[in-house]
Design a protein around this ligand. Structure first.
Ligand SMILES: [Zn+2]
Length: 374
């Protein structure tokens, strides 16, 4: 019994000593300086810049995004993907004899070639593949290919074609459907309908789709900055330049980082052999992206509100004012201070602007640094 009591006392003193040691450590000037630096705007922007640098390094210098923007094929606008099937999701490869039949008889295509995926980073291609493509690239359909092997001859191939100048994909599609009819000697079944899709449009689809969502997010935040600057001019007669420049830097860099993460690391930019989407959960993913955009908007506004209007440090020393039970009749809220003494911010407990407006009160330091009288 006494042994247990002694052990408990020893533990109690031990934990107390560790807590004291921790407190002394965290109050040393160097640690205090680091803790103060966390509240500066430079720390926040530095973290975002670090995130962008990590994304760039981890994605081999934004390989997928560059491949979508600049595919690097000389005839990129005339290249098409050819497959069979009705829906985008069930497009199938084409048997080799049909591919050769098209090659011999097509009048709208300047070249036709087939390709197959073998494993990660390896593809098999027919001999004239690079002639049709016009280059020997390190990636195809946004998939990294390190080894190009000659095809063994038989099997099913996904087909790459190059249109003759002036021919539209629709024109080539109707010609190839007629040729398939001649080849089969009977009307092709719906699952054998030939589909011709422009290669450039296919690989740029995820680029445009997610760019639109992220641009809308940035535009919303920039519109909020515009409203804030207009209010500044009305109340102060001038615009707080640094305050809004910081907000605009956040509103542009965070959606950009989100878009790069989607393009480089998600399955939104991976395709099947014939250019179909591999991503079965696409609607759910888009919903998640929209949710992330909402989180960016919320965080940018919340972070901006809790920053000093003069030095942009996050405000501290929260003081609760008033009684929460009587918010309709009395002031109730929290007041935050800038640790440099530039001013205080009042945040009402009920965030209805009809009752009380929250607001920033500049103190002497702000007026001293502000040559324009308010
Ligand atoms: Zn301040």
């Amino acid at each position: 019994m006494q042994g247990r009591y002694v052990r408990a006392r020893v533990w109690h003193h031990f934990i107390g000593a560790m807590r004291d040691a921790g407190q002394i450590f965290f109050n040393t000037p160097r640690i205090l300086r680091v803790r103060a630096a966390v509240h500066t705007p430079g720390f926040c922007l530095g973290l975002i810049a670090l995130g962008l640098a990590v994304i760039t390094a981890a994605s081999h210098g934004l390989a997928v995004t560059r491949a979508m923007m600049f595919p690097g094929y000389p005839y990129a606008r005339r290249l098409v993907l050819i497959s069979e099937g009705v829906l985008l999701s069930e497009r199938r490869a084409v048997p080799r004899p049909l591919l050769d039949f098209w090659k011999r008889n097509s009048a709208t295509l300047a070249g036709v070639a087939g390709y197959q995926w073998v494993s990660r980073g390896t593809a098999r291609v027919t001999p004239d593949f690079f002639e049709v493509l016009g280059a020997r690239p390190h990636s195809f359909l946004l998939r990294r290919i390190d080894r190009w092997l000659p095809s063994s001859g038989q099997g099913e191939f996904a087909v790459l074609g190059r249109l003759k100048p002036g021919v539209t994909p629709a024109g080539a599609q109707s010609e190839l459907r007629d040729l398939a009819f001649r080849y089969l000697d009977q009307p092709p079944s719906p699952s054998q309908q030939v589909q011709v899709v422009p290669l450039l449009a296919r690989i740029r689809k995820p680029l445009y789709a997610y760019a639109v969502i992220c641009i809308v997010t940035s535009a919303l935040l920039l519109a909020a900055a515009g409203l804030g600057m207009r209010a500044d001019r009305r109340r102060l007669g001038r615009i707080r330049g640094r305050y809004w420049a910081y907000f605009c830097a956040k509103s542009l860099s965070l959606p950009l980082a989100l878009a790069l993460v989607i393009w480089e690391f998600s399955r939104a930019t991976s395709f099947t052999l014939t250019g179909g989407a591999t991503f079965v959960a696409e609607p759910f993913f888009v919903w998640l992206v929209i949710l992330a955009c909402g989180a960016i908007v919320w965080w940018c506004l919340a972070d901006q509100r809790a920053r000093c209007r003069a030095c942009l440090r996050t405000l501290q020393y929260p003081v609760r004012i008033g009684s929460r039970g009587a918010v309709l009749f009395d002031h109730a809220g929290t007041e935050l201070m800038c640790c440099e003494g530039h001013g205080s911010l009042y945040l009402p407990a009920v965030s209805s602007d009809y009752v009380q407006r929250g607001g920033w009160t500049a103190l002497d330091a702000d007026i001293a640094s502000d040559p324009v009288p308010r």
